[in-house]
Design a protein around this ligand. Sequence first.
Ligand code: EPZ
Length: 419
Amino acid sequence: MQGFIIEGGSELKGEIRTSGSKNAALPMIAACLLINDEVRLHDCPCLSDVYSSVKILNTLGCKCSLSGGTLTVNCKAPVSDHIPDRLMRLMRSSALYLGACIGRLGSCTLSYPGGCELGARPIDLHLAALEKMGVCISEKHGVIECTCPGGLHGAHISLSFPSVGATENIMLAAALARGETVIYNSAREPEIADLAEFLRRCGADISGDGSSVIRINGVKALHGCEYSIMPDRIVAATYLCAAALAGGELMVTNSRIGQLRPVADVLCEAGCDIYGYDDRIYISRKRPLRAVKTIRTMPYPGFPTDAQPLITAVLSRAAGVSVVAENIFENRFRANPELVRMGARIRTEGRVAVIEGTDRLYGARVMAADLRAGAALTAAAISAQGITELGNIEYIDRGYERLEKALSSVGAVITRTQI
Ligand code: EPZ
């Protein structure tokens, strides 16, 4: 299998640019299905999830090309409303084609999405919302058939949980629906605001994004546009955590500290110096790391669940006892057993991890179990003593553009090879 060989022990030093956001790009690519025109998305990250999205659009009859970080999409004449199961299973974001497909074509046949196994990850909130908008849904043996005999109409939808994906799916379905849709308890993540801004640039009538009430007035049609995708705040957090673990100093460009405040605050409490400028973040760690108060993952603007594996790795090297509570996903401590193989002292019980910091981690043979767990193990291995072999790095390639190259450019010793 493909893996990283990581020689630990070197500090990080230099400047590293964050790529465009995966979790902003994926819903925007799905939104292109709504648009009978050409769209150009700049700073589009070269990730396997983006390639999977292109495969879905091609299957539906859209033309796509990706070069030099710009994805050009043309959905002038969709030819199908059916997304094959093998494509649905490639990632979680395939669920977003439900709203886009019904919004454009009035029907859709798909199956349950794939994605990192962080827990059950149902789409009940997505389906319940679309039914309120006039969608008839029948499900047989895992295949979900959606039709909209009376056409999509607006609705007032209260989400029992501020689900990112459900909020995005409703926005896509509502953009061309008849009348007003209001989402109460909507997700407030920056990627939602970026999607809304993209859709407005295409002529959609959306307001309230970033708050917990989003209003969408359906319009007749959307037109094409050029748009630059926001920076990936979780990739930026990954670089910051790698520097915190390895020591040294980094300037992370194309990133906004305001979108990462909870992560920056924890790293400062753990003993790092962090300064945010308008489009960059400086971090240095010259002192030993120290334990922090309990961390609880929450919907934005709380501590992001996607950074939880990364901060858990940092705290495994922090003197004292730290506690991390994972409140978003039921199975998101998948890096912990692998960190223990590297000498970390972590006790994981359900949704709580108790971390007794150690002053040293050791290279070992470990496996990535999901995207962010893989990134956390990479960061831990850079700071470990000795050689680490990290397998299943295809998970990492779903969310990072050549992570090994980016970190090697600032002093890490990582090679991609068969292991
Ligand atoms: C998005 O996933 C992100 N993925 C995730 O990032 C991120 O961790 C998550 O939001 C939370 O911020 C993308 O944007 C592609 P949710 P999503 O719907 O939309 C439950 C990464 O590492 N739920 O907010 O799937 C669900 O099970 C990935 O980049 C329902 O119960 O997240 C979970 O417990 C991982 N029913 C919680 O809500 C539903 O219908 C949050 O899920 C939908 C969700």
